[in-house]
Design a protein around this ligand. Structure first.
Ligand code: BDR
Ligand code: CA
Length: 381
């Protein structure tokens, strides 16, 4: 049962579930309410009772930036996701970045995360190294997509900023215990090893999480690393299972969405035309991995997976999906890492995730380009 209620103090809209989780829906995502009603996620009676949301999305003076931790395996698309967060302080307060092994080994993902922070002139961001291998399996990497360094494409200097002291898992646990309950969102952009380790080591943490917004999985698009599995879930399926069974509110952005977020030539030209170090580097990153992806998919451009997560935090109205049951296959050799998503509601299993299915790709790229352009302005101040 879902209710839509208005929080008096900050005038944000919240979806309240019977599980007592509060699903924050800022006034900025007013248009998303129609989608939620259409998908049976909230009760239209409540909406009528409370009134219409703000007609001016994203411009509300009471907006409180959402506190997030990005858990990542950069990866060019991870890099763009981080840059989008750093460019959006009105909506996002980045508490820290935690690196995990995935696209490339941990030593490189931890280095790449810092390269990206320095590209945005944000050496002050705390970057922690986390788990260097999946929970129960050898690491599978994706140099065939991202290149040997994981960030192939632009020539960027090695980072000067050091790693933050301590382990990523401890940082996530400490942060969630220190911040008020329900105020920190985790944004995993790679295999879910760090997050699963947090949940296993500290069972008090799941109820403290505001939301887990992750890139991973697939339903209609099935798989990209095997015929039935998406890379992030495939690399550590046992970790994904822990996360999807944790009871924390989950929003999953699968290949069904990201395969519609294609970097076409005009979109890539728009990044380059920003004429800034960030704009040019992003264009060079997408130039690099599109060679592989265009050949593989025969599409007009490469999917820009991970920035969909940070974009969702800023403009959830660009996305639509369903609150459904999602289980992870951990046994079968043939379908290992498959996200068994009950899109049609035929299993009778309890919904545990909002599984996105569509994106306004033009809106997404307009947002991304505008925000990346702001990083130059910040550098110049
Ligand atoms: C995911 O796998 C990685 O290669 C990308 O960074 C993204 O997180 C897409 O399947
Ligand atoms: Ca990634």
């Amino acid at each position: 049962m879902w209710d839509l209620v208005k929080h008096e103090e900050c005038e944000t809209w919240k979806f309240r579930t019977s599980r007592t989780h509060w699903w924050l829906c800022q006034v900025q995502c007013g248009p998303n309410i129609a989608m939620m009603i259409a998908n049976g996620l909230c009760n239209p009676q409540c909406v009528r009772k409370i009134g219409s949301p703000s007609p001016n999305p994203g411009r509300h003076s009471h907006m409180v930036p959402r506190k997030i931790i990005i858990d990542t395996d950069p990866g060019q698309d991870d890099a763009v996701a981080i840059l989008l967060a750093l460019a959006s302080p009105e909506e996002i307060e980045l508490l820290g970045i935690t690196a995990v092994a995935g696209n490339v080994p941990l030593s490189l993902t931890a280095k790449n995360a810092r390269i990206v922070c320095e590209l945005a002139n944000r050496a002050d961001v705390a970057v922690y190294a986390g788990c260097d291998a999946p929970l129960k399996r050898p690491l599978v990497t994706a140099e065939h997509v991202h290149g040997k360094t994981g960030l192939d494409g632009p020539v960027l200097p090695d980072p000067i900023m050091p790693l933050a002291p301590g382990h990523a898992v401890d940082f996530i646990i400490d942060t969630l215990r220190t911040e008020p309950i329900g105020t920190v969102t985790l944004c995993p952009l790679g295999p879910l090893t760090n997050i699963a380790t947090v949940l296993a080591r500290a069972p008090d943490i799941a109820p403290r999480i505001q939301e887990i917004v992750l890139m991973g999985g697939a339903y209609f698009e099935v798989g990209n690393i095997t015929p039935t599995a998406e890379f992030n879930i495939f690399v550590d399926p046992e970790a994904a299972e822990v996360v999807f069974k944790s009871g924390a509110p989950i929003t999953a952005i699968p290949l069904d969405v990201t395969h519609k977020a294609l970097v076409t030539k005009p979109r890539n030209d728009a990044f380059r035309a920003l004429g800034t170090p960030v704009g040019v580097a992003v264009a060079e990153m997408t130039d690099f991995f599109e060679r592989f992806d265009k050949e593989k998919y025969g599409s007009v451009g490469a999917p820009l997976h991970d920035p969909c997560v940070t974009s969702y935090l800023i403009r959830p109205d660009l996305f639509s999906g369903r609150h459904i049951n999602v289980e992870i296959e951990t046994q079968s050799d043939l379908t290992l890492g498959m996200t068994v998503a009950d899109w049609w509601g035929v299993s009778g299993r309890t919904p545990n995730a909002t599984f996105m299915g569509d994106i306004d790709a033009d809106g997404f790229f307009a947002l991304l380009t505008e925000r990346l352009g702001r990083l130059w302005a910040r550098l110049c101040r």
